[in-house]
Write a protein of this length. Structure first.
Length: 215
């Protein structure tokens, strides 16, 4: 019978042994989950720091890139700029993968740059376009790093929440229930032993009286 069902367990020695073993397992699982929680907290602190650094490194070149992009729009016009964008082949590939952190698969992003010739002439464009391109190349690794870190933070936080729920269930429901059941069975068995002892003593006294009457 399950202790968690709320019913009294059978007050037998076999049941007492079974629940004691279950309590040992629950305590072991509780210790493992606590260790996992501590590791998750440390990893979260590390990843949050990494994400902060990536965001800090990202904002300056990104704002510079957008500023020069805005200037390029004014100098060459949106039609020319969009035409260049459409005819320019992709020069950067983002390779997505996963890696395990505390048995949790988290995403990884890796940039792979491809060398290609310019598809636009200098006469039809502005130097601000070259600066925009250069700054975007600088900022892309930090964008990927920030995205990777923030996704990892989300997954670790979700696993931490799940782990804490399991710890709470063990601490406040399962382990106390096992302890109460052990106490109940032990108390019941002790009471039975006392009753059996009294009965045995009474039977012994009765038998001795019968012997005295016989003789």
């Amino acid at each position: 019978m399950s202790v968690a069902s709320g019913r009294r367990p059978l007050p037998t020695k076999i049941e007492l042994i079974r629940i004691k073993k279950s309590l040992q397992v629950a305590n072991s699982v509780h210790k493992i989950l606590e260790d996992k929680r501590d590791v998750l907290l440390r990893k979260l602190d590390e990843i949050i720091e990494e994400a902060t650094i990536s965001r800090d490194k990202m904002w300056e070149p990104l704002s510079t890139a957008y500023r020069f992009l805005f200037n390029t729009y004014f100098k060459v016009g949106s039609i020319t700029l969009e035409s260049i964008a459409l005819t320019t082949p992709s020069q950067v590939d983002v390779i997505a993968d996963v890696k395990p952190i505390v048995d949790i698969l988290v995403p990884t992003l890796k940039l792979s740059e491809k060398k290609s010739e310019l598809t636009y002439g200098f006469a039809d464009t502005s130097s601000s376009l070259d600066t925009t391109t250069h700054m975007m190349r600088l900022v892309l690794p930090h964008i990927c790093s920030a995205a990777e870190s923030e996704n990892t933070i989300f997954r670790l936080a979700k696993e931490l929440e799940k782990t804490q729920r399991l710890i709470n269930a063990l601490e406040y429901v399962i382990i106390p229930s096992y302890k109460d059941s052990i106490k109940f069975i032990a108390s019941t068995l002790e009471e039975r032993e006392r009753e059996d002892f009294v009965k045995l003593k009474h039977v012994k006294a009765t038998m001795e009286k019968r012997k005295e009457v016989t003789y």
